[in-house]
Design a protein around this ligand. Structure first.
Ligand SMILES: [Zn+2]
Length: 170
């Protein structure tokens, strides 16, 4: 007779996706349709043809605060990315460069996908918050593709909430 191995006995390496049961209401999902065209008074992004785009707001556009700017104002991120490990300390500039480039590319095409905050802690850990979950996933994937290490994606079931953990020790 052999005891069943528990699933969490697996080695912590590579990529892991984990669903977490958690109920968090997302107040940033629009409840009613925004009038078109609308312009965000904070960042200038324009709502037209059912999507947010960068560009000149048409005259007489309805004024609003876009969901990304609402989250920034309220300090309510949609996703977290945490980076740690000795490799990070040695390659910090390069890694921050990759993160900024990834954000620029993402934000240009998807104006609601932005980095809200980037904080470096005394122990070298870096914590990033984003206005949407897709950018957080992109950051985790790009870090893993460029530097290997180990990456965890923790999704909150049924909600737009994601936590990404990346680490590499050597
Ligand atoms: Zn805005």
């Amino acid at each position: 007779m052999t005891a069943h191995k528990k699933p969490q006995d697996h080695l912590r390496q590579g990529r892991h996706d984990r669903l977490i049961e958690e109920r968090v209401h997302d107040p940033y999902k629009p409840r009613k349709k925004l009038p078109e065209p609308s312009v965000c008074t904070a960042c200038g992004v324009v709502w037209q043809d059912g999507r947010w785009t960068w560009g000149q707001a048409p005259q007489g556009a309805h004024e609003t605060l876009c969901p990304a700017c609402q989250r920034i104002r309220d300090r309510v991120p949609a996703a977290f990315v945490a980076l740690q490990g000795a490799f990070l300390d040695k390659h910090k500039d390069e890694i921050l460069h990759l993160i900024r480039n990834a954000e620029e590319a993402e934000k240009a095409e998807h104006p609601m996908n932005r980095i809200m905050g980037l904080e470096t802690h005394e122990d070298g850990r870096i914590e990033i918050t984003t206005t949407d979950s897709h950018l957080a996933r992109v950051l985790g994937e790009k870090l893993h593709a460029a530097y290997k290490g180990e990456v965890d994606f923790e999704y909150t079931k049924g909600e737009d909430m994601l936590r990404v953990y990346w680490r590499r020790e050597s």
